[in-house]
Design a protein. Structure first.
Length: 68
């Protein structure tokens, strides 16, 4: 019986695409975009396109990459 090497990637794990959800602090409209370095939950980012208030990062998550 062989044991997996510590730190070796699991070949069954899917490759994830990481997304950031931003939510307006006033109108609560949500937008989804790809994660960029420096994204942190509760960070204020850009302005809302609808009401010009600040957007806040509310969620960062990964989805399995779709096969082409």
């Amino acid at each position: 019986m062989s044991l997996p090497i510590m730190g070796a990637p699991d070949k069954k794990s899917p490759i994830l695409v990481v997304y950031t959800i931003e939510q307006c602090t006033k109108c609560k409209k949500q937008t989804k975009r790809e994660f960029t370095e420096g994204d942190i939950v509760h960070k204020l980012t850009s302005d809302c396109k609808d009401c010009n208030e600040k957007l806040m990062i509310s969620l960062i998550y990964g989805e399995p990459k779709k096969k082409n």
